[in-house]
Design a protein around this ligand. Sequence first.
Ligand code: 4AD
Ligand code: MG
Length: 458
Amino acid sequence: MQQQICTILNRADVGAELVVSGWVRTRRDSGGFSFLELTDGSCLTGLQIIADQELANYVTEIKKLTTGCSVEISGQLQDSPAKGQAVELVASAVRVLGWADPETYPLQKKRHSFEFLRNLSHLRPRTNALAAVARVRGRLALAVNHFFAERGFIQVHTPIITTSDCEGAGEMFQVTTAGGQSDQSDGQGQHEFFGRRAGLTVSGQLQAEVYAQALGRVYTFGPTFRAENSNTSRHLAEFWMIEPEMAFCDLACNMALAEDLLRYLLADVLEHCGPDLQMFDRFIDKGLIARLQQVVDQDFARITYTEAVDQLLAADRLFEFPVSWGIDLQSEHERYLCEDVYGRPLIVTNYPAAIKPFYMRMNEDGRTVAAMDILVPGIGEIVGGSQREERLEPLLARMEEAGLDSEEYGWYLDLRRYGTAPHAGFGLGFERLVQYVTGMQNIREVIPFPRTPGFAPC
Ligand code: 4AD
Ligand code: MG
């Protein structure tokens, strides 16, 4: 395989004869030469190519190259006399692989808005910002796997099609082969492929719990789906989630793992994605790198839900959603707490049972559960998790309150009947993490092909 531009720039192996392929970012002609900036997506920086007018196809092809054309270039790497790059490739041959008609190619050199680019999901990764997001996202996925492997966790692949609504929020997309007809029955009729109502998973947690009760430490990292009609900059209908689940672990151990994970991931991208982060810091979110470094260096703040409500009630500020004990914290509340009060990530614990799903462990007070959310500046909730209810009777009571049919969850209840063990876990929203790390304003820019209400172009 040919060397990638990132490798060539790192090695700066002056004098080497190389072949490199990529897309033309710009062409400039001067003094009998053409200067091409070539990019292949391997890093932010392009490679400067010098093409002499003596080349056989100089007039017929090289001088017609425009933004977006793909080329293969042979040449020798040399020290660059010009400012802006250490090395450049002096071409001995330029082979055009694919033209890009400048009359119709939509990505011109000027800056395009992210809204405009969203309608070009097939071309937008060729822009600097979206390519950098893709590299950082890929690095984060790798770091997630490293983190868990280093701590003895086994990756488990939980199903995408499921028959249980983990969060109990009724936000599942239904899966059927029967088109509209299935609605004629009760949704469980003969048309149903699975013989019962099935949907796209909203979380792999319940199945991860099964494996945690056998393997101890597991995690799942996959796509999840929510049919919630939220058109915000932080919600997607399809998003990826990292969900560790640990047997013999309580809320404190769960919080420690989540904090470790976040700080590890930030440290990892600071180390491995320097140039991309510098670009985000410069053009997208000033001060980003210093803020990420601060998170790596500092412990997260921790308060209970009840303390959070007290802080909100004492706040010198009018919230759109009024505050009282028992409310679900809104984004404005979460952001006030972690941005204005603490100025760093904040773990909020022990929420009212009434606003949390059935599987969370009831506390001794009988009205709060062993839940934890991690809130971060700029985003709000990035992690949601809890210790799980491992006792059969309290779990049955919670399921009944939530209107869940205990017959359907027989397998989940069996885990409490046979060798039940304290266990805990959490879900880290992968796109919210990528948003946090890149400073991108809208979550639609940090997933390659966003799906939101009314939007799924390709
Ligand atoms: O708080 P949530 O709903 O928790 C669960 O699904 C648990 N079953 C996780 C677990 O304990 N294993 O979602 C977890 C995280 C949120 O904190 C948020 O970061 C992200 O998933 N998230 C979304 N991200 C993008 N778009 C949406 N619509 C999201 N909904 C949740
Ligand atoms: Mg949540």
